[in-house]
Design a protein. Structure first.
Length: 197
């Protein structure tokens, strides 16, 4: 037996309301994502704040990860092992550049699926941050030159490779340290130290 005209209309209205509800939920998810990206951009760049001030390093790392979500999504798992660390006097916009360089390098070193682990702790009045990946690693003969400016030749052009040298200079400006340990086929760990006072 075919539904009556009133039943068919009611089913159509119900179906339309369900579609509208799903559209509203999807719109809210999109708005939440856009809001998170805008907040992360503001935190990443710190354009509206004084150059040096006390800042939360975890907030900087999280903002950087939000902005890099598309580069990591579906392939890289990020594990955060945050300890209790104080806000430090820094230019967080510059430190966010360091975090981005290290995360980009780690993601590029992982050829398939993999994990990047970020850990923080306070030790000896210094904040220690560690970025570890399970990527392809770096040969021992290249480790000594990683913080030197250099040139790489691509298929169509020569470009300046400045990521790690830039990170090194920013860490020096913050009276911090950066060092790296790596083994081919085992991954790389970058250690950052910053004064906690």
């Amino acid at each position: 037996m075919r539904p009556s005209l009133n039943e068919a209309s009611a089913q159509q209205v119900e179906r339309s309301l369900r579609i509208l509800q799903e559209s509203l939920e999807n719109s809210q998810i999109a708005i939440d994502r856009i809001t998170a990206i805008v907040d992360s951009l503001r935190n990443f760049a710190r354009l509206d704040q004084a150059e040096y001030q006390r800042a939360d390093l975890h907030e900087g790392i999280d903002s950087t990860l939000t902005l890099m979500r598309a580069e990591l999504l579906g392939r890289i798992t990020v594990e955060r092992q945050y300890g209790e660390v104080p806000d430090i006097h820094c230019n967080l916009g510059q430190l966010n550049q360091v975090f981005r360089i290290l995360l980009k390098n780690a993601a590029d070193a992982i050829e398939a699926d993999g994990t990047i682990t970020i850990s923080t702790e306070l030790r000896d009045e210094r904040v220690h941050i560690r970025f570890s990946d399970i990527g392809r690693g770096i040969p021992a003969d290249r480790l000594d030159r990683l913080f030197d400016f250099g040139f790489t030749k691509g298929a169509s052009r020569v470009r300046l490779s400045s990521g790690l040298p830039t990170a090194y200079n920013i860490m020096e400006q913050h009276h911090g340290e950066i060092r790296l340990e790596s083994r081919p086929e085992e991954g790389t760990t970058v250690f950052l130290e910053l004064p906690a006072v």
